[in-house]
Every structure is written in C-alpha cells, then in structure tokens.
Design a protein around this ligand. Structure first.
Ligand code: MN
Length: 459
C-alpha cells in the first residue's frame, strides 16, 4: 500500500494544536509524531498549516422534498460542497413519508445517495409515525447501521404527539439508540402565522416574528421532560437561544444526558436580515428556527466556550432564490432552509478560533470528535489517530479569502455568508487516504463516498 507523509504542520486534536508529522498508509493513519522518519512514497509539505481531522456534518438535508419542491442540492452537489468545505462525512436525515415504513425510507435514501456521494455518509432515521409496526422495525434499523433518530414536535407533516414521543424514546433507549428533536411549539406558531396573514402582514419579516425564542424554549422544555420520564438521553438539534439553553442546563442539573447542536447561521447571522426591504434579500434567510438577535449569538458563543453545546452542524437545506420566491405574498410558503455545508469549517475557524471566541481544541471537538462519538463513528472518524481513516483537512491560516456564491458548488446559487472574509482557507481535503480537493479544485473524477453503518453513542 502506498504511503504519504505530511511534514512540518501542526496536528489538531481535542487537546489543541501541536507541531507534528502524519504518516498515512492506504486509507488509514499509520503514525503521528514529531519528525517521523520515513521512506514514504510521497511527501506533502504542510509547513505553516493546521491538520484537522475531516469535519463531520451530522445535520444535512440533501435531495429532500419540502413543501412541493425539492432541495437545490442532491447528494452529488451537496456532498461535493461538503468535501470542498472540509467535510469528509455527512449524516443526512432519511425521511419516510407519513404512513410509510422506516425500511421504505431507508431504501429511498440509499437510492438517492449510493454511488453519487463524494464524501462518506450515514443516515439518521426520521420517525414521523409511531405504531407497533414502526416499533418492530427498530432492530432492523440498528442492524442497517442506523443508531440515531429524529422526531419533530412541529410541522404537521412530521410531528408526533407527546405520548408517542414518550413510547418511541423508551423503545430507543432499550436498544441503545439516541434521538434528536426539532423543538418549536407548533400550535402557537400556527396561530401567530394565521393572525399575521389575516392582518395582511405577509412579508418575510413575519417569519421570525411568528417564531419567537420562547416557543422554541417551551418545546425544548417539553421534550426534555418527556425524555426525563422515559429515562432517555436526548439531542436538541439547532438550538438558537438563551431561554432554550436554560432549559437544557436545568435538565442537566437534574441528571439528564442532553446533547446540544447549534449551526453557523445562529452564530453569525441575525434576525435584522429579515427586515430588509427587498423580498429576495430577506427570504433567502428563512429557516426554522429563524435567525435570532445579536445577543443570542453572543450567548451561543459563550455556551460553546463553556462546553454547554457539543456540536456545530449546518442543517444544510438549500433552495435557490427562485424557489424562495414561492413565498411572495405569503411568508408561510417560503421553503425553509439555508445552505452552509461548504462554508462551516472556514467560518468557525475564522469567526470562532481566529477571533478567540473558542479554542482550536474546541473547534476540533465541535466539528469532528463530538459528532463522531455521539453518532457511533469514533475512532474510525473524528480524530487523527493511528488506525483512524485518513480524512484530513489541511488548513492554511494565512490564505484569507472572501466568500462568494460564484465560487460555490452548492446549487443554491447564493451564499448566506456572501462577502464574509475568512482567516485562512482550506488548502487540501483528503478522504480515506486520497487527495480529494486542492485549492478548491476536485482531484478525483468520480464519487468515492462510502456508506457508514454506525454503532452506538459513546459521548
Ligand atoms: Mn434539519
């Protein structure tokens, strides 16, 4: 098997960045250390660069039907965007329609992804029905490598009543599974939206005004209390605000295992963007939960620093501006979601690490190690350790650039971070021992992503 030696860089781990060399053989990491002596077939000079374990994005939606349309990115463009942004593994949400079996949803997601995905990938399974036949399918899901699930307490097409959530959590706990929740109070939001439309207030600025932070916090509280009763660990996905975080802290103080994810857009973009006068300028930022205030951003950064939030994923769910036009004259029809899988690594380095909001060790945990552990991929993924997959991001901290949509492979054709200037950039991305992307150019001609059957949570 051919060997490659990376020399002169710094190796980033969950303990920090240390100067060191890295030797890979075939698809795996063979050695990590100072001044490795080697007769490697190939030597890559990474002087002045940081070597991160390939980033994991545990929250993407590729090729997802939403509100009469389909996300702009499928597994091809979505995974190419991911890889270009240093993300070597995505975990997407397989989503059976209401009334379908989990098996049907899983088969469909394999059809969407297999042979078309450029990075490695796994699936969470969405549970939007709860009955005896779904319960009976759970062992087969674990056997197929699905150890994490998702339930909704909002969106009528997917939400489950509290009793079903309790029963599903209890069943998953017995099997060693873990479940994430989208938390917003559906009933009150629906009432606020109906009131707004009835009053003739139909613009995109009503999106955030009808989904206030306390309605997220209420749903977080309810989900946590149900999980407490089911004696089940729980994941709160895309948490956005302080009130929701208080509920998490309260649950942890009473002894619950709660894992929290937030997203780059809640850290870097704010709700004033919805008040822009031009429809398209505002509608492009519609996602749920919505962007929040600058004070909430500050609180989220603090929570990341304290370790109260374990992961930063993107919730990449992209639509073109033409698709966002579906909501002209009725903000409730704007397809919700933002692209981000191409931007996350450089954004978190630039606006987190370089601005000293979080340490480089924290970035490694938030983007690589924690999602690998939480979702049963560690230590194959999530760390630059001997025996781990050689998924490597070579980051040049001096190569600043300006983010612009014309440089993006995402099919959204706009970038929410347009004009943001980065501190440094991703020079190379290696997937299982092979150079996949260099200076933004693909070095491979065909998708090589593998499906990752996952084990149990070990965070
Ligand atoms: Mn999502």
């Amino acid at each position: 098997m051919s060997t490659t030696l990376f020399t002169g860089g710094s190796i980033v781990t969950a303990a920090g960045a240390r100067p060191g060399d890295l030797l890979i053989e075939g698809e795996k990491i063979k050695a990590v250390g100072r001044r490795l002596k080697s007769d490697a077939d190939r030597v890559v000079d990474v002087k002045g660069c940081l070597l991160f374990p390939g980033f994991i994005d545990a929250h993407t939606h590729f090729d997802l039907p939403v509100a009469g349309t389909v996300t702009a990115d499928d597994f091809t463009s979505g995974s190419r965007a991911a890889l270009r942004g240093g993300t070597t593994t995505v975990i997407d949400f397989a989503a059976p329609d209401k009334g379908e079996s989990l098996h049907t949803g899983l088969v469909r997601w394999h059809e969407k992804a297999d042979g078309k995905t450029w990075c490695d990938y796994g699936f969470h399974m969405t549970i939007d029905d709860w009955n005896e036949s779904v319960r009976a399918e759970l062992p087969a899901m674990f056997a197929a490598g699905i150890s994490s699930f998702k339930m909704y307490v909002t969106y009528p097409a997917m939400m489950l009543p509290d009793g079903d959530i309790y029963e599903a959590l209890t069943a998953l706990r017995r099997l060693g599974g873990i479940c994430g929740f989208h938390c917003e109070n559906a009933g009150v939001i629906d009432a606020l939206r109906a009131d707004a439309l009835a009053a003739g207030r139909t613009g995109p600025e009503m999106h955030y005004r009808t989904r206030p932070p306390q309605l997220e916090a209420e749903a977080v509280s309810r989900v946590l209390r149900i999980a407490e009763t089911a004696k089940s660990p729980v994941i709160i996905v895309h948490l956005t605000n302080r009130e929701a975080l208080y509920e998490v802290q309260h649950a942890r103080r009473r002894g619950q295992s709660v894992y929290v994810e937030t997203c780059p857009h809640y850290l870097l973009l704010d709700e004033n963007l919805y008040d822009q006068p031009d429809y398209s300028d505002a509608a492009r930022f519609v996602c749920a939960p919505p962007l929040r205030s600058k004070q909430e951003q500050t609180a989220l950064w603090q929570a990341l620093r304290r370790g109260d939030i374990q992961m930063i994923s993107t919730d990449h769910c992209s639509f073109t501006l033409a698709q966002k036009d579906m909501g002209r004259g009725d903000f409730t029809k704007i397809p919700g979601g933002l692209p981000g899988v191409e931007d996350r690594g450089e954004l978190i380095y630039s606006y987190g690490v370089a601005k000293r909001r979080i340490s480089i060790a924290a970035m490694c945990r938030l983007l690589s190690e924690n999602p690998a552990k939480l979702y049963g991929l560690y230590p194959k993924k999530g760390a630059l350790k001997v025996g781990s997959d050689a998924d490597i991001v070579v980051y040049d901290p001096k190569a600043n650039h300006r983010i612009t949509a014309s440089d993006r492979v995402s099919q959204a054709n706009y970038d929410p971070y347009e004009g943001f200037v980065t501190e440094g950039s991703i020079r190379q991305v290696w997937l299982r021992g092979a150079l996949a992307v260099e200076h933004g150019h693909f070095r491979e001609t065909a998708p090589r992503g593998q499906y990752l059957p996952r084990g149990k949570c070990m965070l």
